[in-house]
Design a protein around this ligand. Sequence first.
Ligand code: GDP
Length: 445
Amino acid sequence: MFASLSDRLSATFSSLRGKGRLSEADISATVAEIRRALLDADVAVPAVRAFTAAVRERAASAEVSSSLNPAQQIVKIVHEQLIEILGGASRELNLAKRPPTVIMLAGLQGAGKTTLAGKLGSWLKEQGHAPLLVASDLQRPNAVNQLEVVGRQAGVSVWAPERGNGVGDPVQVARSGVEHAREKLYDVVVVDTAGRLGVDAEMMQQAADIRDAVSPDEILFVLDAMIGQDAVTTAQAFADGVGFTGVVLSKLDGDARGGAALSVRTVTGAPVLFASTGEKLRDFERFHPDRMASRILDMGDVLTLIEQAEKAFDEDQAADLANKMAGDGDFTLQDFLQQMQQLKKLGPMKKMLEMLPGMGQMREQLENFDESEVTRIEAMVQSMTPAERSNPKIINGSRRSRIARGSGTTVTEINGLLERFEQAKTMMRSMAASGGRGMPGMPGA
Ligand code: GDP
């Protein structure tokens, strides 16, 4: 799924690795490459335009984060914009306050509506609902039969028209199905409707009549993702003709490019609720834009890592330290300890960081970093009085012995700590003076 888009995007990102700063030309080249990748993935032009504009603006507006290098910042921005274009937060099914909830399925013939009805029925059952599937597709010769088959597989009841009465009236079947659900206490009704091979006025009218007869709580437009952004044109026709409250992407398993998935929200404004990913009942999932975006970037782990790095290197804390140095220079042992603790938080990620190109400076520091050292420093600092912590100059010989005893260390170690603290202080001061951002260096760590 989306393999080629994933490859193209990661190639774009890797060309940024090792860059200390992104020039305007870098940003333009990156945005142009992303645009080409999206167009090749068959994403609709308005969606591509919105996407690239947002990436360009955010990349240029220097959303600087002290813990991320430029390549990582671009990954983060692209990830967030992918979530946005896929619909933002995932959307729950809208359930009626007074059951039964009525869900109507609409879409072209072959889009996957009947298959979806079975999947939805099975899923609803798992969620503790009592669903009823209603066979209002009287157009396709075998549709009623097919719905009965999937209903049986899913262990879900099906309401079908009496046989042998000629063609039958799909509106009447839908209405009587909902009545039946109300009487028999089914709490969700899924109405399968007829499609055509192409958009046609008669089909739209029938769907609109069913809609008016059963007042659905949700009208789900089932969209065959395999036909790419052409599907989106169909979606627009349905939006105008019948209207819908949400989209189901079907056959996402056969969609190598991702055009429909990435276009449908921008073009129709409707959220995607579910994805169908195969012919079997279990090939069905709720659609989560954030997870989908991570899948497209094929880098869930990297994104988690970026989040953790951001958490560990709290920007406010870093800025606070820098301000201290720029101001009256009251960088204390407490601050020093805090720095060390930030590094320690990254310790468990050392292995992962090693796999990542572009983590240069931070990786080097971590390689030389001994976690047990932080525990000892914690003990030493905790054995100091508040006055000693904020003004280490008063720590004379007898104070050193007391601190060593209290922390189970030696005077030599206390001397070592105070020396490193002084070095860090000098370094902090020069960093603050140069207005430099980024993680404070850890001399001797
Ligand atoms: P309907 O005309 O809209 O009711 O479409 P159907 O439910 O009959 O589906 C049309 C064809 O697509 C059938 O052969 C289904 O097995 C197949 N199909 C439906 N959903 C999926 C899916 O998510 N993935 C794949 N690969 N095939 C699907």
